[in-house]
Ligand binder design. Structure first.
Ligand SMILES: [Zn+2]
Length: 401
């Protein structure tokens, strides 16, 4: 393709995006080129499946290529499945190629069950939503999964160590792929929340944003120039296991006094149980919103501790935006006010003077929406480079040479 054809190609795509279906003759007039030049570019775009005949396939054999036939941007095709593995739930959803969710299911779960049990449950949930959506399995392009632990960005393997102890040594994407007969790709849940917020949520049009996931686990997704930054091997953003009190509570990772051990919603509910009896994290959050002094105190202390680390992160990354996701955001100002105050106290003034701190616009769906976007990203990359899916699968099964 010559430079002038490439410019015409880009111009035609933009024009179809802006103004919808048009005939080849109209487009040729608009771009002041001959109909044959225009038709040649359209033929390439149809070949690339970016453009299609707008007036129905049944006309195509007779009319395709003729100047009067209208063409339009090709409608995105296929479906994606996303699975968000929380510590206490599995959410699964199926979406069309525009990421509109068609069916969603959530079930109780314990991440400390053996991985095979977890994969059986996830696969059963996926079969339920495929059946409910009435989708032909052949049209499903990919499955994206999010897990509360670090994932190797290149191979999709868990860097789980002791964080997901029962999952170590299990090929999670490969095992699910075998159960479903579909390509499966995996990433860390906070990265996926950050991805969703950067595409559809609070971080759209934002250069540098940090997504802080405060839930049963604590994570961080880093968005730089609109892209999720995963570090050299996928560990970037392991905020939950930053040690803030070396003599503090023992953490599931084996260390002591990790941020997660101190501010996970379970840890806060447990702290409150001394005065409030056995209390669930949901009830603790409801009481914080209702103004209960004790619930407000544990949430405010958590906010201040998170804010201190977010202040450090502002010195490192100089973000425009801090997005708080996960169920702890339900606590509202009793979390956000101390978080912002500590963030400012523990950073240089210029790093935080213009930083906005907001709740996730996609709420507690951010991670799940991220799994769908991630499936879409990977499916498109695999279509563009047909060997990549096979490579990921082989590495994930531990058979790389
Ligand atoms: Zn830890």
């Amino acid at each position: 393709m010559t430079p002038s054809q490439a410019r015409l190609r880009a111009g035609v795509l933009e024009e179809l995006r802006a103004s919808g279906a048009q005939s080849r003759a109209e487009l040729a007039r608009k771009f002041e080129v001959s109909r044959s030049t225009l038709s040649a570019v359209i033929a390439v775009l149809i070949e690339e499946k970016l453009v299609e005949e707008a007036d129905g396939a049944h006309h195509a054999t007779k009319a395709a290529g003729r100047p009067g036939t209208r063409v339009a941007l090709a409608a995105p095709k296929g479906y994606f499945i996303g699975i968000d593995f929380g510590r206490l739930f599995i959410k699964a959803a199926i979406a069309d190629a525009n990421y509109r969710i068609l069916e969603q299911v959530s079930s109780d779960f314990d991440i400390d069950v053996p991985a095979d049990v977890a994969l059986d449950l996830a696969a059963a949930n996926v079969e339920t939503i495929i059946a409910a959506a009435g989708i032909d399995r052949a049209e499903i392009k990919a499955v994206g999964i999010g897990v509360p632990g670090p994932v190797d960005a290149a191979t999709g393997e868990l860097h789980a160590g002791s964080i997901l102890a029962r999952w170590v040594g299990t090929d999670v994407p490969g095992g699910l792929s075998r159960r479903l007969g579909l390509p499966v790709y995996m990433d860390n849940d906070a990265n996926l929340g950050a991805l969703a917020e950067s595409v559809y949520g609070a971080a759209r049009e934002t250069g540098v944003a940090l997504y802080v996931l405060l839930s049963v686990g604590v994570g961080l997704g880093i968005v730089i120039n609109g892209q999720v930054f995963r570090g050299s091997s996928g560990i970037a953003g392991e905020l939950g296991h930053v040690v803030v009190d070396e003599h503090g509570a023992v953490c599931r990772c084996g260390s002591r006094g990790c941020l997660e051990a101190l501010v996970s919603v379970n840890a806060l509910a447990k702290a409150l149980s001394v005065s409030h009896g056995d209390i669930s994290s949901d009830e603790m959050l409801r009481q914080a919103v209702a103004g209960d002094v004790g619930a407000n105190r544990v949430v405010a202390d958590a906010g201040a501790l998170v804010g201190r680390l977010v202040g450090h992160l502002c010195n490192y990354f100089n973000p425009e935006l801090i997005i708080v996701g996960g169920e702890l955001m339900r606590a509202g100002e009793s979390l956000f006010a101390p978080l912002k105050e500590a963030m400012r106290r523990f950073s240089i003034a210029r790093a935080t003077e213009n930083v906005r701190v907001v709740p996730a616009m996609l709420g507690e769906q951010a991670e799940l929406i991220g799994t769908l976007l991630f499936a879409g990203e990977k499916a498109r990359a695999a279509e563009a480079r047909p060997t990549s899916a096979a490579t990921v699968g082989r590495k994930a099964r531990g058979q790389s040479s």
